[in-house]
Design a protein around this ligand. Structure first.
Ligand code: SF4
Ligand code: ZN
Length: 715
């Protein structure tokens, strides 16, 4: 019998040898000066940056690092107690092999969502995980290394995790099995076919290490802190199917050293068995065993529908060819409306369909539908209606085979042929809304009933009524300003990943993730006053222009456990609000124009700052204040309080075109009100105009951009 430690060492030896060979061949072919970069990241080769503190930019840099890797993690020099740490060297060696592929081509596995393997994941993808991780929408990660004994078993395991919202990474032959079983795989449905070989694990560890740097502000080179972060904050684990070669054991050792348990059905040469290696011969029990091993508790809401229901399906796209029905509010009368009622007006769990069902229309038809969700509750407030109404979008998307976009009267819902065949009908929309609203807001909602309308005459009549409600709500929202309310709220949800970060949420400044408005925070506080959103009073004002209150500072000091002394709500230069990492947009000052450049996470191109989103984003995060850079939500751009201390939205000189379109109407209205300027957005440059700072000045001058009249940002 071979001891487990020796298997780790042999596997590591094998990997280091392979990396050395690949590296030498690549250097010979491309030369030491050849540039080396993973796509769409500001963290170079993230594992090398994390463990060695080195920014690898060329093949020559990589070669120098590799000498260090061999010296530090030479299996033969390890103390037995640290045997599993050899896994770090194995991860670095894996990153070497993969980096050599990316040195030859930026897209070694193809491009876009349909690429053969996912390979490297972008910083934007890592950041996308922030909010679902803190809300528990993604309760954990599994790395499945296989093939499984049969294709069916592979699919069952993957779907089992997916339906529990666990994020799934696949390595090896299990990917082909999933393909044969026609599973939908990509980052947005949270099943990622990372790569066919064991060393593709390096891409997964790269995500984990970037999360530590982005959200946790862990400093490059601080190996112990990376260990500590992954162990405490990343709920990941590994499922490895028998047979398990030494190479897998070496990577498994690394996983264990990072605090990720390994569950396997392999029993050969597994001794001594460390605590985090769990042998579970019955692979049918893997999900339960794994969740228990990593202490993951899944909150399940029982929803009575005939298709799977999980947050993992939120990103599912239903193409025209796969859809049975396309409910489209831009082509006909549709709406969704949450309305407050008295207790005696609501019969709990009553779901009514008024009109023909979705199976009565011809396959591929366009159709119309309206939802009235009536809520009664002792703690219900009119102000919560839009909060709950916005949840409809998320909830309906969680159903497999249902895609929902838009809101109010501009909704669009597709139901797939597969969902219809499984028995999904209109009443199931009601079942979903009932179950989720009741379970997520039980402290507020006592009773829910749902009416679903499909007859044109009803929809026409009701839409006219609902439009009046929307208008009244807009007026109410407009009247909600930072000055008109008595309290703000803080949000500390992101502290589970970014322990020092606090968002202060005000009516005119939503949380930087874009998901928490002042009304959302108010509803969250109503559910649990000691939970993630707490009341922040605003009685002792220090500086109105900068937005400083003594009470806000005290609240921030307490919530950040002393990391933060003072924040301003309206300045990007003086004590700006911190960022956790999951911001929708980042803005940074552009010194030649005295303005700011804003980029949203979806934009991967260059900006006039000479930095991409990822690079700008890496300037701030981890709950640290970085004057000159600020993470924020998309909606904040059109707020009168955006950089109000420095002149407001008039400072915006550049944004990606799509972001301009997204915020255009509201930003134009704000600029008209503040500065009397018409069509302000046309004065802001974008990537189709220039990505160059000098040309930017020319453009702004030609357009008479208001920033030219403002004082210099830096004196
Ligand atoms: Fe995180 Fe701030 Fe959003 Fe709360 S409001 S979830 S702390 S980013
Ligand atoms: Zn966050």
């Amino acid at each position: 019998m071979k001891l487990l430690f020796n298997r780790v060492f042999d596997g590591a030896d094998e990997m280091l040898a392979m990396a050395e060979k690949t590296l030498n061949e690549t250097v010979k072919e491309l030369g030491e000066g050849a540039p080396l970069a993973m796509p769409n990241t500001a963290y170079f080769l993230a594992n090398h940056l994390a463990y060695l503190g080195k920014q690898v930019k060329t093949l020559g840099d990589l070669k120098a690092c590799f000498e260090e890797t061999k010296a530090q993690w030479n299996p033969r020099n390890q103390r037995l107690a640290d045997a599993f740490k050899t896994g770090f060297g194995t991860v670095l060696a894996g990153e070497v092999v993969e980096a050599c592929k990316y040195a030859r081509s930026p897209t070694p596995y193809g491009e876009g969502d349909n690429r053969e393997y996912w390979g490297h994941m972008s910083d934007a993808e890592v950041r996308e995980l922030g909010v679902p991780l803190v809300t528990g929408d993604i309760p954990g990660f599994v790395v499945i290394i296989g093939p499984a004994p049969t294709d069916e078993e592979a699919a069952e395991l993957i779907k089992g995790y997916q339906s529990r919202a666990i994020f799934v990474f696949l390595i090896g032959g299990v990917i082909d099995q999933a393909k044969r079983m026609n599973l939908n795989m990509n980052f947005s449905v949270r099943v990622v076919p990372v790569g066919p070989d064991l060393w593709h694990v390096a891409h997964i560890i790269s995500v984990v290490n970037r999360a530590a740097m982005i959200f946790g502000n862990v400093q490059p080179g601080d190996q112990e802190e990376f260990d500590d972060y992954t162990f405490k904050r990343i709920r990941a684990f590994v499922n490895a199917y028998d047979p398990v070669p030494d190479l897998t054991v070496a990577y498994g050792g690394g996983a264990i050293a990072m605090g990720f348990p390994v569950i396997t059905n392999s029993t050969k040469d597994v001794w001594p068995v460390p605590k985090s290696l769990i042998i579970q011969k019955d692979t049918k029990d893997w999900i339960e065993t794994s969740l228990e091993a990593r202490d993951i508790k899944i909150k399940v809401t029982k929803v009575d529908i005939p298709v799977a229901f999980s947050t993992a399906f939120e990103g599912e796209i239903i193409r025209r060819a796969d859809m049975h029905i396309d409910i489209d509010g831009s082509k006909g009368n549709c709406f969704e409306w949450v309305d407050t009622k008295e207790a005696n007006e609501v019969e709990d769990h009553k779901i009514e369909l008024i009109g023909p069902d979705i199976d009565t229309v011809a396959e591929g038809s366009r159709s119309i539908m309206g939802f009235v969700v009536e809520i009664a509750g002792k703690n219900m407030q009119k102000d919560f209606e839009p909060v709950f109404e916005r949840r409809i979008h998320h909830y309906l998307n969680y159903a497999e085979g249902v895609m929902h976009t838009g809101q109010r009267d501009l909704i669009r819902i597709r139901v797939s042929k597969a969902a219809l065949a499984a028995g999904f009908r209109a009443k199931h929309f009601g079942e979903i809304l009932y179950a989720k609203l009741k379970s997520d807001y039980e402290a507020i909602i006592d009773k829910v009933q749902v009416k679903i309308y499909t007859k044109p005459e009803d929809l026409e009549r009701l839409k006219a009524e609902v439009n009046k409600v929307y208008l009244a709500r807009d007026d109410r929202l407009k009247s909600l300003t930072d000055e008109s309310v008595d309290v703000f709220y803080n949000c500390i949800l992101c502290q589970s990943f970014s322990p020092a970060h606090v968002c202060v949420v005000t009516p005119e400044r939503l949380g930087l993730c874009g998901a928490v408005s002042w009304l959302d925070a108010k509803a969250t506080n109503e559910i649990d006053p000691n939970g993630s959103c707490q009341i922040v009073t605003k009685e002792r004002v220090v500086d109105e222009r900068l937005g400083i209150w003594e009470d806000v500072n005290e609240a921030v000091q307490t919530a950040s456990h002393g990391s933060l002394e003072s924040v301003t709500l309206y300045s990007i230069l003086v004590d700006p609000m911190t960022s956790c990492g999951c911001f929708e947009c980042i803005c940074g000052i552009e010194t030649t124009t005295n303005g700011v450049v804003i980029v949203n996470r979806e934009h991967s191109g260059m900006t006039p700052l000479g930095m991409t989103f990822s690079e700008m984003a890496s300037m701030t995060g981890g709950g640290v204040q970085t004057p000159g850079f600020m993470g924020h939500g998309k909606q904040f751009i059109s707020s009168k309080k955006f950089m109000a201390a420095e002149g407001g939205p008039a400072r915006i000189v550049w944004m990606p075109k799509l972001l301009k379109e997204f915020v255009g109407a509201k930003l134009n209205a704000t600029a008209k009100e503040l500065y009397g300027i018409d069509n302000y957005v046309d004065k802001i440059a974008d990537e189709t105009i220039t990505e160059d700072a000098e040309k930017l000045v020319e453009f702004l001058t030609e357009k008479e951009h208001p920033v030219l009249q403002l004082e210099p940002l830096m004196s």
